[in-house]
Design a protein around this ligand. Structure first.
Ligand code: GLV
Ligand code: MG
Length: 308
């Protein structure tokens, strides 16, 4: 069923046309994976890739991971058949469909309606399959509030930096990195904040997209660290070498997790001690109140989900 609180620190991109890479993905320690039918798959390989994806989902071996398929762009000639074949063939072995290049809420409505029809036809409970909307161009970002509100199936908004950089003519060829010459701040700050506001207003998660410099783990840590600090829930990974760093960065640091649990315990103890009449309390030299409890719950919740 639709679940907006799944752990999603790492979301592994896997080409749907490669049985070898799909098999390897089963053994990786990621929270989520998606089998791609879009940009990682050449036009002539798309039809056979649908069959590979259906078989891989039905074969199983994905315990503990959120199972996602990225279909093609909703304006392409492939998208309707991707949805039909994948959900008819493997609907009960699938958690969400990722829709790339979402430019307007009606594209999400289309997917929502299609999923409802197929769920009925194959006897799945209504609303079982969730939707992840990739925001990858200026049009999607300008309409992001309406997109985030377009379906109760939505679980996440996903930033697509490569397509986005191309769409706004950003002068960089290194996906996720700052464009050379822009030295007055973070060129992605506005975009990520915009996504975060639209998503959180609808209780959705937000994922950062890929970092293509596979060998540069320090660069990956820097970029992922910024997104995690802002409040994003996770990031795509493209290679096994990226997994540990991203899992670690999107989990709270141990001392922050311990501190959050201490705040929750202390606040609970002080307020119940006062018979529910006290709103603020001291934890060492720190004043804590109801807002501190909420902040601590966010960090503790992420830590608990990460098994800390
Ligand atoms: C991912 O789809 C991207 O465009 O970065
Ligand atoms: Mg893209």
């Amino acid at each position: 069923m639709v679940d907006r609180h799944r752990p999603r620190r790492t979301c592994l991109a896997v080409p749907g046309s490669s049985p070898k890479m799909i098999d390897k993905a089963r053994g990786l320690d990621v929270d989520q994976f998606f089998l791609d039918l879009e940009d990682a798959v050449a036009p002539l390989a798309k039809a056979p890739a649908r069959e590979t994806v259906v078989a891989a989902l039905n074969e199983g071996g994905w315990e503990g991971k959120t199972r996602t398929v990225r279909v093609n762009d909703p304006t392409s000639e492939w998208a309707y058949r991707d949805v039909l074949e994948v959900v008819e063939g493997a609907g009960s072995a699938l958690d969400t469909i990722m829709l790339p290049k979402v430019g307007s809420p009606d594209q999400v409505h289309w997917l929502d309606l299609s999923l409802g029809q197929i769920e009925k036809a194959i006897g799945l409970e209504a609303g079982t399959i969730g939707i992840e909307a990739q925001i990858e161009d200026a049009r999607g970002l300008v309409d992001v509030d309406a997109i985030a509100a377009a379906s109760p199936r939505l679980e996440t908004l996903v930033f697509g930096p490569a397509d986005f950089m191309a769409s706004i003519n950003m002068r960089s060829l290194t996906v996720g990195e700052q464009p050379p010459g822009y030295d007055v701040g973070d060129a992605y700050h506005y975009i990520l904040m915009r996504l975060l506001m639209a998503a959180r207003a609808r209780d959705l998660q937000v994922l950062d997209g890929p970092y293509l410099q596979i060998k540069d783990i320090d660069g990956l840590r820097r970029v992922a660290g910024r997104s995690a600090a802002l409040g994003l829930d996770g990031k795509w990974v493209l290679h096994p070498d990226q997994v540990d760093a991203v899992n670690e960065i999107f989990s709270p640091r141990q001392e922050d997790y311990d501190h959050a649990e201490n705040i929750l315990d202390a606040y609970e103890w002080h307020t119940s001690e006062a018979g529910g009449k006290r709103g603020a309390a001291m934890l060492g030299d720190e004043m804590i109140d109801e807002a501190s409890r909420k902040m601590a719950l966010v960090v503790a919740g992420k830590g608990r989900a990460a098994g800390m």
